[in-house]
Design a protein. Structure first.
Length: 280
């Protein structure tokens, strides 16, 4: 009997102790014959933190790759540079880096994972008019994803307006930038709402949308998945919306991150129910 292949990886991000990614990869590795070694690199505990120097070190250690989350996804794409996967190179953000054969490859499984999660939960439905709170690394994936899914209009705002403007420029004007003072109006005009900010995480309580503006929209998605039942999603459900949790995205993202690391695309129908067991 052959020995399991080795997958040596980790997660770089801020306040990541609650992540379910190690457990998801452990489950997938057990299913497909890999032996996993996985470490958390929490930048909140390493001040100052040098992203590029850290990734350089991981490559020297012979890691398979590393997953990247808030707030380093744009830095990860910059690190991968010409090594970004052609399907997502235009996004300017990466959440997975691999180091096979001395080459850095960058992937964005937030983008591909969201499209897959949308189709699994919403079928062929179109997003309609979408309002997105937050224009950081995850919005760089989600805004193009809803456009790909056929959104009629995408309005984005951020507490740092320059981020929203940069995203608009990256997407060649296909989204609208809304100032924070107009966020309530944009929310009320939308068919669907996306929280692409950190608000809702255990370390950042609260919600990015005004509760009194949640009225008449048809769906809501929260990129936060720890906890999966955020204040925003509870309020959206109470307002009668179909909700998609960040954990749904996480499951689809985990399958695609495993594929990027190993070259093995898991059987989605078989593995998604198994990943449900990891729901926080």
């Amino acid at each position: 009997m052959s020995l399991p292949r080795e997958l040596t990886a980790g997660l770089i991000g801020e306040h990541i102790s609650r992540t379910r990614l190690p457990a998801a990869l452990e489950l997938l590795c057990a299913e497909y014959g890999f032996e996993l070694s996985f470490d958390l690199i929490d930048s909140a505990n390493r001040v100052p933190f040098d992203f590029r120097a850290t990734v350089d070190e991981l490559r020297e250690w012979g890691w398979t790759g590393v997953t990247v989350t808030h707030p380093f996804k744009i830095s990860a794409a910059s690190y991968a540079a010409q090594g970004m996967n052609s399907l997502v190179a235009h996004l300017g953000a990466a959440n997975t880096l691999t180091f096979a054969n001395g080459e850095v490859r960058g992937y964005n499984t937030d983008y591909t994972g969201f499209i897959s999660a949308w189709q699994a939960n919403m079928g062929d439905a179109k997003p309609g008019r979408v309002a997105i709170a937050g224009a950081g690394g995850v919005a760089v994936a989600l805004a193009p994803a809803v456009l790909e899914l056929g959104a009629e209009d995408v309005a984005v705002w951020d507490i740092v307006p320059a981020k929203a403007l940069a995203l608009q420029a990256k997407l060649q004007g296909k989204i609208r930038v809304v100032m924070a003072g107009d966020a309530v109006a944009a929310t009320r005009q939308a068919d669907g709402l996306i929280n692409a900010s950190a608000l809702g995480m255990a370390e950042y309580p609260g919600m990015a949308f005004a509760k009194n503006a949640l009225d008449g929209q048809s769906w809501a998605f929260d990129a936060v998945y720890t906890p999966p039942d955020t204040q925003f999603l509870r309020a959206a459900a109470a307002a009668g919306m179909k909700t998609i949790s960040g954990f749904e995205l996480f499951k689809h993202m985990a399958l695609r991150s495993f594929a990027a690391y190993t070259g093995v695309m898991p059987d989605q129908a078989k593995m998604l129910p198994k990943l449900d067991e990891l729901r926080p």
